[in-house]
Write a protein that binds this ligand. Structure first.
Ligand code: NAP
Length: 284
């Protein structure tokens, strides 16, 4: 029931019409009987939006999505060290007018790996792509998970170099780089974990595509595909056939949302409820 004590959470972005966050978080609030509600706002005026949040103490939490993850940072009172290093904030907590920013994409992905029973310490991890999502996860794996080596393969050399230089400057991990097509087969042969972070394989345009030729896949590989629509991409389906351990993109989506929920409410996230909402929405 919504009443005078209800606390507000919201996702801001542009566009936000496709966001699954309201469905996930409202189901989680209801499951725990918390007097919170979650809505979506399409926003262009970031400064005005955050001034409004600051002025409304009942406006407890915000998810920040594309294109505002960097722009919100200058309007916050405090930013977590990880979010500063990544250069992006996806979560804001409002404590009586003081706004704290954090990033849950990388830490949420670490939780997804932990829940899947995949240890990262000392591992050689190969990233495909060099965009915002790879950036968040690579920082978390380079510092939080103490990977032995991180290799970034991308199609635009300047973007790969920029990310690699930043990782080298801010984390202790050994970082290598290469071309997404030319260096792929040799790199896979030399790594234990693949993190797929390009849109290749995504619904609807490239569902029949995979960035990895199936003959490169071997049973001892762990394959994580960030793409979550479809739930099982071509890469994941071929990795399953090859006997690889697989982690679906929906697990990253789930765990980054669960960490947000915990920051806003202080309660452990009801993971089974949140996962069910995601699977129901993504299966249709
Ligand atoms: P982004 O910032 O736009 O980065 C996309 C990356 O993929 C860039 O490195 C880009 O290379 C590369 N790329 C794009 N199209 C390509 C193609 N046809 N061939 C080769 N490389 C290509 O996007 P993002 O936010 O990082 O998202 C990347 C993927 O992760 C998307 O599929 C998104 O849905 C998914 N994602 C999942 C979650 C989750 O919770 N599971 C969260 C965030 C994102 P250039 O630099 O050359 O353009």
């Amino acid at each position: 029931m919504i009443d005078a004590h209800t606390r507000l959470c919201a996702v801001i972005g542009n566009p936000v019409g496709h966001s699954l966050s309201p469905a996930i978080h409202n189901a989680a609030f209801q499951a725990l009987g918390l007097n919170y509600v979650y809505v979506a706002f399409s926003v262009t005026d970031v400064a005005g939006c955050l001034a409004g949040m600051r002025a409304m103490s009942g406006f407890r939490g915000m998810s920040v999505t594309i294109p505002h993850k960097r722009a919100v940072m200058e309007h916050l009172d405090r930013i977590s060290p990880m979010a500063v290093r990544v250069g992006a904030v996806n979560t804001i907590v409002n404590d009586d007018g003081r706004l704290a920013g954090d990033t849950t994409d990388g830490p949420g992905t670490l939780r997804a790996f932990a829940e899947a029973g995949v240890a990262l310490v000392g591992k050689r991890i190969l990233f495909l792509g060099a965009g915002g999502a790879v950036r968040s996860v690579a920082f978390a794996m380079a510092e939080g998970a103490r990977a032995a080596r991180i290799t970034i393969l991308g199609r635009t050399a300047s973007r790969v170099k920029e990310l690699a230089d930043d990782l080298r400057a801010k984390t202790p991990a050994a970082i290598e780089t290469g071309d997404l097509v030319g260096d792929l087969a040799d790199a896979i042969a030399d790594h234990e974990i693949i993190v797929q972070g390009t849109p290749i394989g995504m619904y609807p345009d490239s569902m029949d595509d995979s960035p990895v030729p199936h003959e490169c896949l071997r049973p001892d590989l762990v394959v994580f595909d960030m793409v979550y629509r479809p739930l099982k991409t071509r890469l994941i389906r071929e990795a399953e056939i090859a006997g690889c351990k697989t982690i679906l993109g929906v697990e990253m989506l789930l765990h980054q949302a669960a960490l947000q929920f915990e920051l806003w409410t202080g309660a452990p996230a009801p993971l089974p409820v949140m996962r069910r909402v995601l699977l129901d929405n993504l299966a249709s």
